[in-house]
Write a protein that binds this ligand. Structure first.
Ligand code: SF4
Length: 323
């Protein structure tokens, strides 16, 4: 049988055809603070069984997330909708890239809703691959998925982590109008590094997407994330924080970039835990409602607990303003 270029069970480097002929990048030894526990336990097995029985894809597996042992043991899985093949070719990401099969699985939103109900999630994070091949960039699939979760599990709060909908004029408004509790889109890195790290994206377009969410529905929480350790400077990170605050972003996540394979961008350095704490302090002083900054922070890491804190922080701020 011929080898499927984008078969997730193939060795990682075969999942990225556009990276195949790139020279290998150096691999920096991981420091002690990056080590994580191996996946195991009853909760982990149960999460895995639900994901498989509903034929769902998770970013936890596809991106090779280091937190999968901890999250799945607590039954927190982040579903990745619209398939497992991404039409972009970011140099940091381990999700398979290439030409996805045409169209979408119209039954997927229903199965996601059922999985959320079976897992008994109070808060769920839904993300997707980029689907530049679709006229709406997958906007309506997000809408259907949000609606299906509301039907199957009305008490669950919903966080979406979306693509940028670049060149998909106005389709993003459909997603905003579906009123997720949290609208997340990651800026990922500082603008200077976009060409090498996120070549298919545009920094100010991504920023504007989040600003549009706030303009249209100020009650929706907005969230964005940065990876550090890619060669950015502290001043550049601080500038991004300022840009995010200008766009009204409520919640900032900062985590260490980890290199999925030798064909991906190299880790420039491992940022020390004390520097993450320092970034958190700076970000809080700039007015974010919530900041999560640590080596293993990922957009969806501890998202449920953080959402509860986010709500409380807003309530406290509103109460303060009334005094
Ligand atoms: S941090 Fe997010 S992507 Fe990673 S395992 Fe946890 S839920 Fe999945």
């Amino acid at each position: 049988m011929a080898t499927l270029i984008n078969d997730p069970h193939q060795p990682r480097e075969h999942r990225h055809p556009e990276k195949r002929n790139r020279p290998d990048t150096p691999v920096l030894r991981k420091p002690d603070w990056i080590r994580v526990k191996a996946p195991m336990g009853k909760g982990y097995a149960e999460t895995r069984a639900i994901v498989k029985s509903k034929k769902l894809v998770t970013v936890c597996e596809e991106a090779g997330c280091p937190n999968i042992g901890e999250c799945w043991t607590k039954k927190h899985a982040t579903m990745m909708i619209m398939g497992e093949v991404c039409t972009r070719a970011c140099s940091f990401c381990n999700v398979a890239t290439g030409k996805p099969p045409a169209g979408l699985d119209a039954d997927e939103p229903r199965r996601v809703g059922e999985a959320v109900a079976e897992m008994g999630l109070e808060h769920v994070v839904i993300t997707s691959v980029d689907r530049d091949d679709l006229e709406d960039g997958g906007a309506m699939h997000f809408v259907h998925t949000i609606n299906a979760i509301r039907t199957a599990s009305p008490g669950t709060t919903i966080e979406i982590l979306t693509p940028d909908f670049l060149r998909k004029t106005d389709w993003e408004y459909k997603v905003i109008d579906a009123r997720p509790d949290v609208f997340n889109h990651n800026l990922e890195t500082v603008p200077r590094l976009y060409l090498s790290i996120r070549p298919g994206a545009r920094y100010f377009h991504s920023l504007r997407l989040l600003e549009k969410v706030k303009d249209r529905d100020p009650s929706q929480f907005t969230k964005s994330g940065l990876m550090v350790g890619l060669g950015e400077t502290k001043e550049e990170v601080m500038q991004v924080m300022d840009d995010m605050r200008s766009a009204g972003i409520d919640f900032l996540t900062i985590g260490q970039y980890l290199q999925p394979t030798r064909k991906h961008a190299a880790v420039d350095r491992y940022v020390e835990p004390s520097e993450f704490a320092h970034y958190e302090e700076i970000a809080r002083s700039k007015g974010f409602l919530m900041v999560s900054s640590s080596p293993l922070t990922r957009s969806s890491y501890h998202a449920g607990e953080d959402f509860a804190r986010l709500r409380k922080a807003r309530e406290a701020k509103l109460a303060e303003a009334k005094r």
